[in-house]
Design a protein around this ligand. Structure first.
Ligand SMILES: C[S@@+](CC[C@H](N)C(=O)[O-])C[C@H]1O[C@@H](n2cnc3c(N)ncnc32)[C@H](O)[C@@H]1O
Length: 299
């Protein structure tokens, strides 16, 4: 593999195979942080909004429309969710936090009611704001260690900054769902299992809905915890949605390649060939993927 240092980002990033990756100490993160990944997150944001017919499930819309409601998006990436939300609810205020500021939109391209902040959620404090200041705390598609100083810390911090009667919502893929009704094909299983095993090796996890409920429950401060799940098609058999979801999936697995391909003990060509074959396999097996939202109210 072609590893070189990117002279523009000597400490925070490294270039591997022409993709730019995080290089922060103690940060385990397997996706790139570059323009291609920003494009992928934009596509993914639109896919998820379509699947869920909206950007959130919490009962907060009235407050977002009427009042100066304060919202924070933890691990916002390029901020697609926050941009979308701040345009739709101009009377509310939005903050996006991410460890990397590289993909934040330029100042002139963002709505006035939205600000971005570069910060590592695993630091102390995880969310650099006073207690009970946000009416809506949102977090989507993040993976951390399944330990007190990983998910436990981030969830505790998210709950700490949520206002009394405020809402907290966590949304993710469920990568561990046991696909009983429709079995995945061998390629999909190989990718999914290898990614899960890579995460397990590093004690990382994109939590299941049950994990999130447990974390929220343990804080003793969140009531009325709800969970919703969606099963969506992957591949051309699922029409336009399935096609675009497959594009997103392949882009993501392209980004994971530098970590996953050596771990799968296959060559780069073999890895690429598997990804190229995935569409046909999805059609044959009617492959699906799962997403969930867990949300509740601070008491
Ligand atoms: C897959 S992206 C999801 C972005 C966005 N939430 C979305 O759903 O479109 C995950 C983001 O989490 C950020 N991230 C990972 N670890 C982080 C940490 N410790 N603190 C803050 N951000 C982190 C990454 O930089 C990346 O932008």
């Amino acid at each position: 593999m072609n590893n070189e240092r990117d002279t523009n980002y000597p400490n925070t990033h490294k270039i591997i195979n022409e993709r730019r990756y995080h290089n922060e100490e103690n940060l385990l993160y397997y996706l790139p942080d570059d323009d291609k990944e920003t494009d992928r997150i934009y596509l993914e944001h639109n896919i998820l909004r379509y699947i869920w017919q909206g950007n959130f499930s919490s009962r907060i819309e009235e407050r977002l429309i009427k009042e100066n409601t304060k919202v924070i998006d933890l691990g916002c990436g390029s901020g697609q969710w926050s941009i979308d939300m701040s345009l739709k609810y101009p009377l509310s205020t939005f903050i996006g936090i991410d460890i990397s500021s590289i993909s934040f939109p330029p100042q002139e391209n963002k709505p006035d009611n939205l600000a971005f902040l570069q910060h590592n959620l695993l630091e102390h404090p995880g969310v650099p704001f006073p207690n009970e200041i946000f009416d809506f705390v949102f977090l989507r598609n993040l993976a951390f260690k399944m330990e007190y100083n990983g998910w436990g810390h981030v969830i505790n911090e998210a709950v700490r900054v949520t206002n009394i009667n405020g809402c907290i919502e966590i949304m993710n893929y469920d990568l561990y769902k046991d696909n009983e009704e429709v079995s995945n094909g061998p390629i999909m299983n190989k990718f999914q299992l290898s990614l899960n095993m890579l995460h397990d090796r590093d004690n990382m996890k994109m939590p299941t809905s049950t994990d999130v409920i447990e974390y929220l429950y343990r804080t003793n401060r969140i009531t009325n915890i709800q969970v919703e799940e969606k099963i969506s098609p992957l591949g051309p058999w699922g029409g336009k949605l399935g096609e675009l979801a497959l594009v997103n999936f392949k882009m993501a697995y392209n980004g994971f390649k530098v970590f996953l391909q050596p771990y799968m003990k296959i060559t780069e060509d073999e890895y690429d060939n598997l990804l190229n074959e995935l569409g046909n396999e999805c059609n044959k097996y009617k492959t699906r993927f799962y997403t969930y939202r867990v949300y509740g109210t601070k008491c």
